[in-house]
Every structure is written in structure tokens, then in C-alpha cells.
Design a protein around this ligand. Structure first.
Ligand code: C5P
Length: 235
């Protein structure tokens, strides 16, 4: 094993129907992989589907990336409190008060309090995209600013593009978990992600959790690729 706190894998279960999602997930060991359910599957199949996945033994990251006024985000989180979730996400750009309300709502969870993580800058956004949105800082600086704010508010982690991880780690050294999507094998298609890194880079940057989506779910042999990435982590 590389080290005690090695990079762990979260699989993004992004499918357009339950049957395909369940067929795929049966091939996975819940002791090794965590599952991320995002807007596509949640809006399709709702809480009942989330419960099904939890019953199969998986830890579930419900990635709804909530972003609204504080009251609405807080009530949305309370409405999830019957679920035994492992992690949930909000957008940091919803602001400090929204994040604080989200954090307070965790006390309503009936079984375990899930980790609350903040999305900083989406990995689908380029330098030009964030400029167009009115951010005057670079992607790295924006991710750092939003990560520092997340830490101040007491979030458990931040979702950030892989290329900014080294930059923010210089300033944020302690226990804010780093979660990174946009992982692609060397030379492979990036789809809509503009800020991508390879699994090798993710492991070198000591990222806590990598999110693997289409690299796995669009592959003809998902288990082979998963095993390849796992073997990099444990080599
Ligand atoms: O690997 P792939 O690009 O398919 O992974 C995309 C998954 O990661 C999607 O489920 C998407 O919602 C999620 N995600 C992201 N960027 C973020 C946070 C989550 O792409 N900042």
C-alpha cells in the first residue's frame, strides 16, 4: 500500500435508468468503492433508489450541489435527513450564511451525520469561463479563496479541480478533505471537463477522494480500468 491514508475511489453512478445503474453496481465491492449519486439519478429515481444503494452496503455521496438561499438549502437538507448518507454537497458560492445554514441542518439527520462538502470551481469551467462569470482571480486563486471560506465555516471537505490541488495544499494543510472529479486516463477524451488530471497525478497529489465517472461507466470493460487504477493506488 502506498501510504496509510491513500487516495480512495468514489464512482459517479450517472446512468439514465435504474436498471443499467444496478447492473453495473453489482460488479462493485462496497468495501472498496463509494458511490456518488448525482442529479441525474436522484431526479429520475429519488430517495427510494438512494436507499436501495445504501442497502447494498455502499456509502453514498448524494451530490446535489445545493445552491440557493440559506432557508431553502437548509430545508432541502432537512428533507434528506431520513437517509443514512455518507456525504452531501453544496456550492460554496452560495455564500457563508448558506453554508452555515446547511451545516446547522445536519443535526436533523436521524442515523449518521453526513460529511458536508463544498464545490469550489467546477472542473468543467475553463480560465475563460470563470472570467466571463466575473471572477477576476485565476482558477487556483478562486479555488483557494473558496476553500479557505469552506474551512472557516467548518465544512468537512472541498470539491476542487485536480490542477488546483497542489496550489491550495500549500495554504490549507489540515483536515479539509479534498475530492476531485475530472479524472481521465492519459490521452483519453475529456467530454465536457476542461480541468482534468490522470489517476497517477491524483495519487501523487495525495488527493483524498477521486470521482470516477465516464472513465468507468462509458468504458467497455469498467472493472478492468478500475482494477488498473486501484493497482496504481496500492502499488
Ligand atoms: O468523470 P466524469 O467527468 O464523468 O465525472 C463527472 C461527475 O463528477 C459528475 O457526476 C459530476 O456531477 C461530478 N462533478 C464534477 N465536478 C464537480 C463536482 C462533481 O464533474 N465540481
Amino acid at each position: 500500500m502506498k501510504n496509510f491514508s491513500h487516495t480512495k475511489i468514489i464512482i459517479a453512478l450517472d446512468y439514465s435508468n435504474e436498471r443499467d445503474a444496478l447492473q453495473f453496481i453489482k460488479k462493485l465491492d462496497p468495501k472498496i468503492y463509494k458511490i456518488k449519486i448525482g442529479k441525474e439519478m436522484f431526479l429520475l429515481s429519488g430517495k427510494v433508489f438512494v436507499e436501495k444503494i445504501i442497502k447494498l452496503g455502499f456509502k453514498v455521496f448524494l451530490d446535489l450541489k445545493l445552491h440557493d438561499i440559506p432557508n431553502t438549502v437548509s430545508k432541502a437538507i432537512i428533507s434528506l435527513s431520513t437517509l443514512n448518507l455518507w456525504m452531501i454537497s453544496i456550492h460554496v458560492t452560495g455564500g457563508r450564511e448558506m453554508m452555515e445554514s446547511a451545516k446547522s441542518s445536519l443535526s436533523y439527520f436521524k442515523i449518521n451525520k453526513p460529511f458536508l462538502v463544498g464545490v469550489t470551481v467546477l472542473s468543467s469551467l475553463s480560465k475563460l469561463d470563470i472570467k466571463e462569470l466575473g471572477f477576476s482571480r485565476t482558477i487556483d486563486e478562486t479555488v483557494l479563496l473558496l476553500s479557505k471560506l469552506s474551512k472557516k465555516v467548518g465544512l468537512d471537505g472541498v470539491v476542487c479541480p485536480g490542477n488546483s490541488v497542489n496550489y491550495i495544499k500549500k495554504s490549507i494543510k489540515d483536515n479539509l478533505k479534498i475530492i476531485t472529479p475530472g479524472i481521465r486516463m492519459q490521452g483519453s477524451f475529456s467530454h465536457d471537463q476542461k480541468n482534468i488530471i490522470t489517476p497517477e497525478q491524483a495519487i501523487n497529489y495525495n488527493i483524498d477522494y477521486i470521482i470516477l465517472g465516464r472513465t468507468i461507466t462509458f468504458s467497455k470493460n469498467p472493472i478492468k480500468i478500475l482494477e488498473k487504477i486501484s493497482s496504481l493506488i496500492f502499488s
